[in-house]
Design a protein around this ligand. Structure first.
Ligand SMILES: Nc1ncnc2c1ncn2[C@@H]1O[C@H](COP(=O)(O)OP(=O)(O)O)[C@@H](O)[C@H]1O
Ligand code: SF4
Ligand SMILES: [Mg+2]
Length: 324
């Protein structure tokens, strides 16, 4: 069953030099219970996709066009009061900084209880019980219910933010770089926790990150974004074994492989183009070793190159080489 269907989403930001086309014509769908990784270098539009789906884009940004159906309801045209009800209850976020989700002046328990009471018609006793269960689920002892956010370490605060995101049983959770800034060990623990919860509770999660090995280790499918567009979309095994788009290959080649220490790590030369004046043709043109004349003039569409494997590239079969 499809839980989220994004169609032709475009979101721009006004700047002094004109509008930055941060997200251009992005389409993808997600099945219920799936974990989809949204990956790409910084500035490729991942957060803008998330914020657009959540309808949190504010001036100087604007959603130019598109649909985002969550279980059949278009989040992009839903009325404001309807949207307020959907947030947390149907769609919630684990933000990059837990402090964006937590209020420093309330205890963590009270905040989660409050969130449940606002969105659900339950008694306070039920909300307290559920909060205790949620805290336990994310590895926090219930005797810490009355502690304030500043009494927790970064990793523990992120666990509280996860409990908060889960508090109203949402249909979809978006985790936007929610482990960035934590030490490597804590990052791994938080990601393992998110994965475990996804499996145990059948959650649908969009995991946004620039960390390809982390995303491929836990996600069922991966969407690779470059300069505001999805350039490749497939299940994780297909991405790893039959990676097609030159940008995706570039990301894989730029990633160390712990099981193969002899692998040569090669970063992609150049940088993401200026999205105020993006290239007319393929947005990866300047950095692509396989570019052809047509790529300068025309923009490749995302096409199905194998069953359920999509790539936006003019080369035969989508891309030009396969990772062994
Ligand atoms: N408030 C803003 N004003 C102007 N440009 C913005 C704003 N927010 C994001 N952008 C631009 O939109 C593009 C995509 O940004 P973002 O969605 O944050 O990418 P990512 O999450 O992949 O790093 C970038 O070029 C960024 O500079
Ligand atoms: S369309 Fe052309 S420039 Fe773009 S990724 Fe494919 S080969 Fe490279
Ligand atoms: Mg971001």
């Amino acid at each position: 069953m499809t839980i989220l269907q994004v169609e032709n989403l475009s979101t721009y930001y006004k700047t002094d030099r004109g509008e930055a086309q941060a997200v251009e014509n992005v389409s993808f769908s997600m099945k219920k219970g799936e974990m989809l990784g949204l990956i790409g270098e910084s500035g490729c539009g991942k957060t803008t996709v998330a914020q657009s789906i959540l309808r949190l884009i504010e001036y100087p940004g604007r959603i130019v066009s598109g649909k985002a159906y969550l279980d059949g309801i278009d989040l992009l045209t839903a009325k404001q009061d309807e949207l307020e009800k959907l947030r947390w209850k149907d769609i919630s976020v684990i933000p990059q900084s837990a402090m964006n989700a937590l209020n420093p002046i309330y205890t963590i328990g009270d905040q989660i209880v409050e969130s449940i009471l606002i969105h659900e018609d339950v008694s306070k006793a039920t909300a307290i019980k559920r909060t205790e269960e949620l805290l336990e689920m994310v590895g926090i002892k219930k005797n810490r219910f009355k502690n304030y956010p500043h009494e927790f370490s970064g990793g523990m605060k992120q666990r509280v933010a996860i409990a908060m995101a889960l508090s109203c049983n949402p249909k979809l959770i978006i985790s936007d770089e929610s482990t960035t800034g934590l030490d490597v060990l804590t990052q791994a623990q938080i990601i393992a926790l998110i994965k475990q919860l996804q499996k145990d509770l059948g959650l649908s999660i969009i995991l946004i990150s620039h960390d390809l090995p982390m995303v491929t280790s836990v996600c069922d499918r991966v969407a690779i974004m470059y300069a505001g567009k999805i350039v490749e979309l497939a299940n994780t095994q297909d991405i790893l074994k039959h990676c097609s788009h030159p940008y995706s290959n570039g990301l894989l080649n730029a990633t160390p492989d712990l099981s193969n220490p002899d692998k040569e790590v090669v970063s992609i030369p150049g940088s993401v183009p200026d999205l105020v004046k993006p290239p007319t043709g393929c947005r990866f043109y300047d950095r692509c070793k396989a570019r052809m004349n047509v790529c300068k003039e025309e923009s490749p569409d995302l096409k199905e190159i194998r069953p359920d494997h999509f790539s936006a590239c003019f080369l035969e079969g989508g891309g030009y080489y396969h990772v062994q």
